[in-house]
Design a protein around this ligand. Structure first.
Ligand code: ADP
Ligand code: MG
Ligand code: MG
Length: 879
């Protein structure tokens, strides 16, 4: 027979799967000899069995009774003893913390007889009746689903009758009457009397806690937090201790360090003469921990010493719940505490410095996402008012703007706006693009609004369900406060807070540090970032390059720690007033015309490269030859058609427009993504690639002559067959030989067509390096266009769980990742030591970086802003 119940002294902190987080940690504290009220944990196995069959597993009753006897013996008290009853709490606690999502029932064991015993033994009649009425209320709601409002109504009536402003004003007689009224409410709703048997109360409560695993809000929370739905919860049954027994009693919560900043030293709140839940509910003003030292120095000192022991044991920030009953301290809960991104960095660096953890471990205590969060501008919270409400922090940043309720208003607005919607759909895309930020009342981290906003790098708070949006009336109501279109709100994508009015925004100090504007000296956060980044760089095996097309971007990338440029997109050099030269190239009908157009482009490209090579002196700069279809450089068909017909109607000479129009018609493609682009252009348009190669070589020669150390590399896009690459390579080698004073320049290829990955052993014969273009590789492997999917069906796909994250955000390991692995393996088999990089968006995504590390790539390349994130993740992947 399987075993379902463990006493606290039998478990330990590593048994979270079986005992849940709360149970495992209560066991650990018990083992450490800390004062934990006696109790036991019913395993998650029992819960899963209960959820599967709908009935308590066989043998569970007996096991519970047996462990209950142990508790009774140790305390010398008995459940249901009318003279001096033992009371119990029944608490949920799964493997992962789900704050406030599931149920806890306190004061189990009170009935019409024991309430008198409790009153007599404690000498506090009011306390006994108040506990009893709380039990009926909690039990009625949780176990029998009695609507909470009905109890609240009786409570309000009692207060009115007693002329009391708060519950504290109700005396023992009033509370006794309230118990009678509560029992009537209970009976009216359940058709039975409130159970007088403490054992029945206990088992019903256990069943209700099991059942609360599947409560709607719990299911929703797990979906949002990506917690598996099939884990089940454990149930902790423990002796009650009372913080509400007068002024030598009280309850508190504490952290071993400040969870907001990471500052050293215990940090917490204490409420005298109160039960634990009153502290969190904020119904009375709490005192800070230091004040406890004045009213109860002994408990305070004991608490501090316990917190120190907990940190030593867990080697991390811990948070705790404690209660003092008549001068005796009891520990009710601990766990490794949640913290802000800033605190995560500070604490990790501190713990390493204190020798509690190694630097490798410190790297595991922070994430690239946290660093990315710290690199967004934030609100100056000291200057912020109370938030109006808090939603799901879906995409970071700090956005301030006027309320608009639809896309049209957002697009028409002249100043910054916040798009406020119940939820968003693809029709809202233009509004989302125009807005500073997006605020919705429905949906979680995978809702349309959240996914699209993250993709665009826009601030988003979603699922703020206190918002009442009446788009027709143009009003937004939050907790009774009505706002109108045009009123300013501020939304914080890191915390989910929503504020009325503008809140001052301050630039990220971490970014200013990377930029060299702030010194880490005397700033704990910056010092921590510096320490951990240095270690990450030290242990990383994967290099980090940046995608940059201009000297300015390259310089920033360099300051952010990039050790090269993994992708310079040359087509960006063909925009603006150079468009006209590209038009001339396309319209050329003779060799002479074409050569003249190319000759005009050459010096412009060369100067761009000189600037870039100077910015990245001594480090590789990978120049990709032109990739997009040439018609992207021509005016759109409808615009040209209109221009030509307007000129004809006015009897004017349309000039080149007629030829341009013909060219646009000729070059039109049904599916440009799979059309004449990349290497195909190089093979079809004579002289185009040769001009670019010459510009690279001449720029390098000029830098060399000027005493620089240029390290260009030439990269050919969209290759699917080695033959394509061989042709381009032969021509490039010829051009390079014609440029005097040029350094040796490696010629490599992108791997972004699935066929290239599969034939990598052949392609490697002609390539000095590979660089995975994972955007194209993803869209060609899945067969969906990345420009169209986000709005069209990704939201639905995410809801349906086809994938957990967009494959354009996080690399699809199983499919696209397999192609990467195949290409690395086959490429290196043909050419040992072949350098391999990644230059798609995935190069800056933490989960993808881990994969690239595992696949043995040489480097990732990402946007300059993501470089620090990639460095950190490269280090984390290696430890
Ligand atoms: P949550 O996981 O939602 O925090 P808990 O199981 O921690 O729920 O219970 C909520 C509160 O109930 C605790 O913070 C504590 O104050 C109170 N509580 C639970 N068990 C006991 C107990 N044995 N004695 C006194 N108070 C208790
Ligand atoms: Mg708790
Ligand atoms: Mg590509």
């Amino acid at each position: 027979m399987s075993r379902y119940v463990y006493d606290f002294f039998e478990g330990n902190k590593d048994l979270k799967d079986l005992l849940g987080g709360k149970g495992a940690n209560l066991a650990e504290m018990t083992r450490m000899g800390l004062p934990v009220p006696p109790g036991f944990t019913i395993t998650t196995d029992a819960c899963r069995e209960f959820l599967r069959t709908g009935a308590m597993p066989a043998g569970l009753f007996d096991e519970v009774e047996e462990h209950l006897r142990l508790v009774q013996t140790r305390l010398g008290k008995r459940l249901g003893d009318p003279a001096d009853p033992l009371l119990l709490s029944v608490r949920s606690g799964g493997k992962f913390s789900m704050p406030g999502m599931m149920e806890t029932i306190l004061d189990i064991g009170l009935n019409d007889a024991t309430v008198l015993g409790l009153a007599g033994h404690s000498g506090d009649e009011r306390f006994a009746w108040d506990s009893y009425r709380r039990l009926i209320q909690m039990f009625g709601k949780t176990v029998f689903g009695v609507p909470g409002e009905e109890f609240e109504a009786e409570l309000a009536a009692a207060r009115a009758a007693a002329d009391a402003a708060t519950d504290a004003g109700l005396g023992a007689p009033a509370l006794r009457d309230l118990v009678a009224a509560y029992k009537k409410v209970f009976a009216a709703h359940t058709g039975r009397d409130f159970p007088q048997s403490p054992h029945e109360q206990l088992f019903s409560a256990i069943g209700a806690v099991f059942g609360s695993w599947n409560a709607e809000r719990a299911v929703l929370y797990r979906r949002q937090e990506r917690i598996p739905q099939d884990l089940g919860t454990a149930v902790n049954v423990m002796a009650m201790v009372f913080g509400n027994r007068g002024l030598h009693s009280g309850s508190g919560v504490a952290f071993t360090r400040d969870p907001a900043t990471g500052r050293r030293g215990a940090y917490g709140d204490y409420l005298p003469n109160a039960q634990g839940e009153d502290v969190v509910a904020g119904i009375r003003n709490t005192m800070v921990l230091a004040e406890l030292a004045e009213i109860d120095p002994k408990s305070h000192a004991q608490l501090l010493s316990i917190m120190q022991k907990l940190e030593q044991r867990y080697r991390d920030l811990c948070d705790i719940e404690f209660t003092i009953e008549d001068g005796t301290l009891w520990m009710l809960q601990t766990r490794v505490g949640k913290r802000t991104p800033a605190a995560a960095f500070v604490i990790a660096a501190q713990l390493a410095e204190e020798g509690l953890i190694t630097l490798d471990e410190a790297l595991q205590r922070v994430t690239g996402e946290q660093l990315a969060n710290l690199m967004f501008p934030s609100f100056d919270t000291a200057a912020a008012p109370q938030p109006l409400t808090t939603g799901v922090p879906a995409s970071p940043g700090a956005a301030v703007g006027a309320i608009v309720f639809d896309s049209a208003a957002a697009a028409a607005a002249t100043g910054p706006v916040i798009l406020v919607r119940r939820e968003t759909n693809p029709d809202d895309l233009p509004g989302m693009i125009a807005a500073q930020g997006i605020l919705t009342s429905r949906g979680g981290k995978t809702s349309h609004a959240a996914v699209v906003a993250r993709g665009m790098g826009k601030t988003c708070v979603c699922g703020a369900d206190e918002l009442e949006i009446d788009a027709a009336a143009g009003t937004l109501t939050i907790a009774g406060r009505v706002m109108h279109a045009g009123d300013v709100v501020s939304i914080d994508g890191a915390s989910g807070h929503v504020y009325a009015g503008p809140v001052p925004v301050r630039p990220s100090s971490v970014v200013r540090y990377f930029e060299g504007e702030l010194s880490p000296l005397g700033d704990p956060l910056l010092a921590a970032v510096q320490r951990l980044m240095t270690h990450a760089d030290h242990v990383a095996r994967l290099g980090v390059h940046a995608n940059a097309d201009t000297g300015a971007d390259a310089r920033r990338a360099h300051r952010f720690g990039a050790t090269g440029i993994g992708l310079c997109r040359t087509e960006h050099m063909f925009l603006g007033d150079r468009r006209e030269l590209v038009e001339r190239l396309i319209l050329a009908t003779t060799d002479a015309e074409r050569e003249a157009a190319l000759a005009a482009l050459l010096p412009l490209q060369r100067d761009d490269f000189v600037d870039l090579f100077a910015a990245m002196d001594g480090r590789p700069v990978t120049v990709r030859l032109i990739d997009p279809p040439l018609h992207e450089f021509l005016p759109p068909l409808d615009e040209l058609t209109a221009r030509v017909s307007r000129a004809e109607a006015l009897g004017q000479d349309p000039g080149d427009d007629v030829r341009l129009l013909a060219a646009v018609r000729r070059m039109h493609e049904q599916n440009p993504m799979l059309g004449l682009r990349g290497v195909r252009l190089g093979l079809v348009v004579p002289g185009l690639f040769a001009m670019q190669v010459r510009a690279v070589a001449e720029a390098a020669a000029a830098r060399l002559a000027a005493g620089g150390d240029p390290r260009p590399e030439i990269m050919v896009p969209l290759v699917g067959a080695v033959q394509e690459l061989e042709i381009v390579r032969t021509e490039a080698v010829r051009v390079l030989a014609e440029v005097p004073g040029a350094p040796p320049i490696p010629i490599g290829t992108m791997i972004e067509v699935p066929r290239a990955a599969l034939t990598a052993h052949q392609i490697a014969m002609s390539a000095d390096f590979f660089s995975f273009g994972t955007n194209d590789l993803t869209q060609m492997t899945w067969g969906f266009s990345r420009d169209d999917v986000e709005g069209a069906f990704f939201g639905r796909y995410l809801d349906l769980g086809v994938f957990g994250a967009s494959p354009f955000e996080t690399l699809d390991r199983l499919g696209v990742g397999e192609l990467v692995r195949i290409a690395v393996e086959r490429g290196r088999a043909a050419r040992p030591g072949l350098p391999t990089g990644v230059c798609g968006e995935h190069g800056g995504d933490p989960a993808s970086i881990r994969f690239f590390h595992e696949a043995g790539l040489t480097y990732v390349s990402c946007s300059p802003f993501r470089v620090p994130v990639a460095r950190l993740e490269a280090g984390r992947a290696a430890t």
